[in-house]
Design a protein around this ligand. Structure first.
Ligand code: ADP
Ligand code: ZN
Length: 429
């Protein structure tokens, strides 16, 4: 298996060659890219240096939606062994097809991510991501198998049974969304178990943002080492980047995926270390190649090398996806900003929801519904009112806008076994 300690010069050369091959394959085999490149007067030979990649137009989510279902294919369909589709968190699903080679590279990449997180062939890993069109379940499944770990393919849902088997099977690695890990610890306690006695050692979490507060909560509850990994269907699925045990950002498998950070408004590449939109190009993909994909995810590339010694660059945790950005009264807000403020209050739980009150399609008002912890819950109206006021003031100074706050009773907000749905819309007449 490829490791993540490269000679930097060699790495650049390999990336350039990989990019050139990816562009050539797309140009020669994908009608979509043939047309796009021709329209922009680009030939594969124009990519002589890595700096030349900016000549290639971006691929956007809308391009993939228009290509539904098979418009992005660059091989005859009989060479496609598997199809996945994005979970459709935002809008119409996006289809991805994988050849044998794609599946092999994907599994190997995920295996490397798991290894970086400290997973060993002796581990028993429960995959509690959904199995199905969503890439999470199968992605982690084959990666963990490739690594040699024992896989328990539970899939999502059925929380009580998950817990029973986890205990009986002596599961050491838990794979799921951070929201589900929190929910499972709540259910475990309700059933009278002490989560830290399950013996979980490592958590592989992904699919949605995991704030520091959530990470701490999960680690404390389960007594495990939480690691975060990142990926997306359009590019491959999970396994694009992941944390080593230093927990300081996610190493990108740079020999497989070429990262760029751009200003989301101008499309211009940003200097190293600046925060912007992540653009990714998988360098090996055969079935549904994709070049310079605008992920919509906001992050930065960390310029310093990691104390672990791996030479692959790290990306910072995702602070938001551009689809989730809320524009209200001219102010741009990411749910993660609200989450960070809420995390500072011990009276509230990590569960919250944002309700966008709309009028004629515009967001008129933002309501933050936040759940109290049992300790934070009080019968005294005054105390709750004071808490509400404090939360509101903190949010106002962070967001430059004062949302409505609604304190909810403990355990009243809906729990999820997959990705948390934080944003709701309500149209007012
Ligand atoms: P969907 O767009 O329907 O959610 P995917 O299942 O392909 O489809 O999800 C990919 C998206 O999930 C990413 O673009 C990103 O926004 C989010 N995501 C995945 N992993 C992480 C992570 N570790 N941190 C934050 N967001 C993540
Ligand atoms: Zn590291």
């Amino acid at each position: 298996m490829q490791n993540d300690f490269f000679n930097l010069e060699e790495q650049k050369t390999r990336q350039l060659e990989g990019f050139q091959d990816a562009v050539k394959h797309a140009y020669e085999n994908s009608p979509f890219y043939r047309r796009t490149f021709d329209e922009n007067n680009i030939q594969p030979e124009d990519i002589k240096e890595l700096e030349d990649v900016v000549k290639i137009p971006f691929t956007r989510k809308s391009d993939l939606r228009e290509a539904y279902p098979y418009g992005m294919a660059a091989v005859p369909l009989e060479k496609i062994l598997r199809i996945h589709a994005s979970s459709g968190t935002t809008g119409k699903p996006i289809v991805a097809g994988y050849t044998k080679k794609d599946l092999e590279f994907w599994a190997e990449g995920v295996a490397r991510i798991c290894e970086m997180a400290g997973v060993k062939p002796s581990d028993i890993a429960q995959v509690s991501f959904g199995y199905g069109l969503f890439t999470g379940g199968f992605g982690l499944h084959y990666g963990l198998e490739k690594l040699g770990a024992t896989v328990v393919p539970f899939s999502s849902g059925n929380t009580e049974r998950q817990l029973t088997l986890m205990k009986d099977f002596k599961t050491s690695v838990l794979v799921c969304t951070p929201s589900f890990a929190i929910y499972m610890s709540e259910v475990a306690r309700e059933l009278g178990y002490e989560p830290s006695e399950f013996g979980l050692k490592i958590g592989l979490f992904g699919g949605e943002p995991c704030s520091e507060a959530m990470r701490e909560d999960i680690e404390k509850q389960w007594g495990l080492k939480a690691t975060v990994n990142y990926g997306l269907t359009e590019v491959i699925g999970p396994g694009v980047s992941g944390e080593c045990t230093e927990s300081r950002g996610m190493h990108i498998l740079e020999d497989l995926y070429y990262p760029e950070i751009i200003n989301p408004e101008t499309g211009i590449t940003l200097p190293a270390g600046e925060k912007g939109e992540l653009v990714l190009t998988p360098l090996f993909k055969e079935g549904f190649p994709i070049i310079r994909y605008r992920t919509g995810d906001i992050t930065r590339l960390i310029p310093e090398t990691c104390p672990c010694g791996r030479t692959t660059r790290r990306m910072d945790y995702i602070t938001g996806r551009s689809d989730d950005m809320i524009i209200i009264k001219g102010v741009n807000i990411f749910p993660s900003q609200i989450e960070e403020v809420l995390a500072g209050f011990r009276e509230v739980s990590p569960h919250y929801r944002l309700v966008l009150h709309k009028q004629k399609g515009f967001i008129k008002d933002l309501e933050v519904q936040v759940e109290l912890t049992p300790e934070g819950f009080s019968d005294r109206f005054r105390e709750l009112e004071a808490l509400e006021g404090r939360i509101r003031r903190h949010l106002r100074s962070t967001l430059s806008l004062a949302p409505r706050i609604k304190l909810m009773e403990p355990k009243s907000l809906e729990r999820t076994t997959g990705k948390a749905k934080r944003i709701l819309e309500s149209e007012e007449l």
